[in-house]
Write a protein that binds this ligand. Structure first.
Ligand code: M6R
Length: 616
């Protein structure tokens, strides 16, 4: 969702800010704007649409030179994506410019108050009220923008990251955060504020995490953090472990294609350092003693979208390996149903971004109920790991495409590791059994590489099916979440009807959807091991085929039983059933990416979507 950049330093602020906004384009947005402080005034340009629109405006109507500026990409919430609603918003007296991410829930009341005081509002946004409130507060606090920000923030409810500049202070940028992301980049003679580190990674890898309800004041040479009451705070400093090239396309047409190709490495990196020489798992990051882990009597996974699908796979692994009951819940539903959790519940919050508001609110609720929360997260310094009791980072590197791919596979790996670790500590499995699964896991990067060899044939299939009205996905056991994930990818990228079903459920209703040549993608489990599962799905494929649908079957090498019923066959290497999602998900990602390309869609930034969903 909204992307925010603030800069103060020695460089031309406009360039730094626009580059930062471009690097955060992946977050999803529908208008953009910038403001710089120059000659005692604020120079602002903003435009609906993509950054290119703003840049062409800047070409015809250049901004003043300045070394202090702010920039914003907006994902509309209050008010449509128009020029007037784009940020920055400037106070009526022209003294303050503000950008904002989040939702100010009491904005209607504040708007009414301002209107009663004679302020004419120029937009439909919740943000604009902050600009006017700051301007009205400044004279009361000796024109101290940070103090005015603290006073105004205390009046706001909801979620917000705010960044503001003042016309007559060309060397100061002030930011504030509650529930929405904001990180500080510490440079040499320059400092940055941004929604995520990708905005400033080309300039510095030194970052500072801002806590909840904090205000930060940047000058070229100083960074001062306080809480909303003015009490000084010390932010956590960290080094970003990747560089700017990791967030570039590196020769691929799209970030999504690049991220799909990076999956073998992402999986290998996520396993790295977590297995000792004897094949035992060493997950010190779990920060739970063996005694505490033995006391756990239930695991609850909370997550959204793709991360939720990773959680569904986790349930199969956890229950099978640990014999602990596991519930998986959409984070947006969790806290509204009065869930039964207590101090013996281990809550696992899965999130690539670490900023998803639904997941954050669910984890806060879980902690209020005394549950212990373990985050599985890909983004260092983000809010979800910061507010959890422990965190297991996935090491996928920056995921830029809105559609999650490498983050999904690494979330699966993290879930397997947690499940195996719990089994190891609780003694549910013998050491040699765990070592065997760990060896299989360690071999998965090589096998994912083999699946990537099928990319061209899957792309050809997508090109052939691009005019399909709908695509169904079916699977059993861990193949069911994979089917859900395949359908989600297709919906978000190809904008077409796609649904995933448990294959056994087809006959209870969805089978009525089958019609001549309707593509049905079937995720077939290994014929080895749980062969009953395999037999059942072979019957399901036949049922589908018998009704004239076109079957696209994803099956293990050497599985010949499905061949007679497959119109198209995509092979994946042999692997234990529980680990198969790491392989079977890959052709489905490629399929969705190719389908979107064939339809001429923007693969990396699908319409209406945001990478990091920071509103509930
Ligand atoms: O950052 P998170 O993992 O918390 O994001 C959760 C979902 O918004 C995300 O997985 C979304 O469903 C993906 N865009 C799907 O590809």
């Amino acid at each position: 969702m909204c992307g925010i950049v603030g800069y103060v330093g020695e460089k031309q602020a406009l360039q730094v800010v626009v580059d930062g906004l471009r690097r955060m384009e992946y977050r999803g947005y529908d208008s953009a704007g910038v403001a710089v402080v120059a000659d005692g005034r604020l120079d602002v340009r903003k435009k609906a649409g993509k950054l290119a629109n703003l840049e062409s405006l800047l070409g015809s109507d250049p901004l003043a030179q300045s070394t202090t500026g702010i920039g914003h990409t907006r994902w509309a919430t209050h008010g449509g994506p128009t020029d007037a609603n784009a940020h920055p918003h400037v106070s009526a007296d022209g003294s303050v410019a503000v950008i904002h991410n989040g939702i100010i829930e009491n904005f209607a009341e504040l708007r009414a108050e301002l209107a009663a005081a004679g302020v004419v509002l120029a937009s439909d946004t919740d943000t604009e009220v902050v600009a006017h409130l700051l301007a009205a507060t400044l004279p009361e606090v000796g024109d101290d923008l940070a103090e005015a920000m603290r006073i105004v923030c205390r009046r706001l409810s909801g979620a917000f990251t705010l960044v503001a500049v003042r016309a007559d202070r060309p060397d100061v940028v002030v930011g504030a955060r509650r529930n929405s992301p904001l990180v500080v980049g510490r440079g040499d003679g320059e400092n940055f504020l941004a929604s995520d580190v990708s905005a400033f990674i080309a300039h510095t890898r030194h970052a500072l995490e801002l806590g909840q309800d904090q205000v930060v004041t940047l000058t070229r040479d100083s960074i001062v953090v306080t809480d909303f009451d003015g009490t000084p705070a010390t932010p956590n400093a960290y080094e970003v472990t990747w560089d700017a090239s990791a967030a570039e396309k590196g020769g691929y047409d799209t970030f999504m294609a690049k991220e799909i190709a990076e999956q073998p490495k992402a999986v290998a990196d996520t396993l790295l350092g977590r297995i000792d020489v004897d094949g035992r798992l060493a997950l010190d990051e779990m920060r739970m003693t063996d005694g505490e882990l033995r006391e756990v009597d239930k695991v609850v996974v909370i997550a959204c979208g793709t991360a939720y699908h990773a959680g569904l796979v986790a349930k199969y692994a956890l229950e099978h390996w640990t014999r602990l009951p596991c519930e998986v819940e959409l984070a947006s539903e969790f806290r509204y149903r009065d869930p039964v959790i207590d101090r013996r519940t281990l809550v696992v919050a899965i999130s690539q971004s670490g900023e998803t508001m639904d997941t954050l609110m669910a984890l806060r609720y879980a902690r209020e109920q005394d549950a212990r929360v373990l985050a599985i997260c890909n983004t260092q310094g983000s809010t979800i790991p910061r507010e959890s009791d422990a965190v297991l980072y996935t090491h996928a590197g920056p995921e830029v495409a809105v559609a999650s791919t490498k983050a999904f596979l690494t979330q699966l790996v993290a879930c397997y590791l947690v499940a195996l670790y719990v089994a190891q500590v609780r003694g549910n499995k013998f050491g040699d059994e765990i070592a065997m699964v760990v060896r299989e896991l360690a071999d998965m990067p090589r096998k994912i590489d083999l699946v990537l060899d099928t990319t061209e044939e899957v792309e050809a299939l997508a090109a052939m099916l691009q005019d399909a009205r709908s695509v169904l996905f079916i699977g059993r056991h861990v193949g069911y979440p994979v089917a859900l994930e395949g359908a989600l990818k297709l919906k978000e990228l190809a904008y077409m009807h796609a649904e995933g079903f448990a294959a056994g459920e087809l006959k209870h209703g969805p089978i009525a959807l089958l019609e001549d040549r309707l593509p049905v993608i079937v995720v077939v489990p290994s014929p080895r091991g749980r062969s009953v599962l395999h037999e059942k799905i072979v019957s399901n494929v036949q049922e589908v085929r018998a009704r004239g649908a076109r079957t696209i079957v994803i099956a293990e090498e050497g599985d010949d039983a499905v061949v007679p019923y497959a119109d198209h066959l995509v092979r994946v290497p042999e692997c234990p059933t529980l680990l198969q999602p790491l392989l079977a998900a890959v052709p489905l990602q490629v399929f969705a990416c190719a389908m979107a390309t064939a339809k001429g869609h923007d693969v990396d930034q699908p319409r209406n979507l945001a990478k990091s969903v920071t509103v509930e």
